[in-house]
Design a protein around this ligand. Sequence first.
Ligand SMILES: [Zn+2]
Ligand SMILES: [Zn+2]
Length: 98
Amino acid sequence: MDSPTSECTESTCRICYEPGGVENLCNCTGSMAYVHEKCLQRWIHVSGRTSCELCHVKFNTEQKKFNIEERVIYVIDCMHVSLCLAVLVFILVVLLLV
Ligand SMILES: [Zn+2]
Ligand SMILES: [Zn+2]
């Protein structure tokens, strides 16, 4: 009598095949349309692709904004801070020695 999947067959994640919280993040339709955003993020991370393999539309994920430019700025920022600290320590050491 019970058929647990009868209600959720239309909206299951195409990556993990679990229903619930699925979204259509590209132009695919039908059973391949829906995907958990987290599953998609992981898939993007693993595959290195940012567009759908089926419809070739760029995925609509908003969290995927950490691009190279931001990374470079972040690294430069870290380097800047550590450089300042190094200079500061150097000045302190020189002052203490003199
Ligand atoms: Zn999923
Ligand atoms: Zn698609």
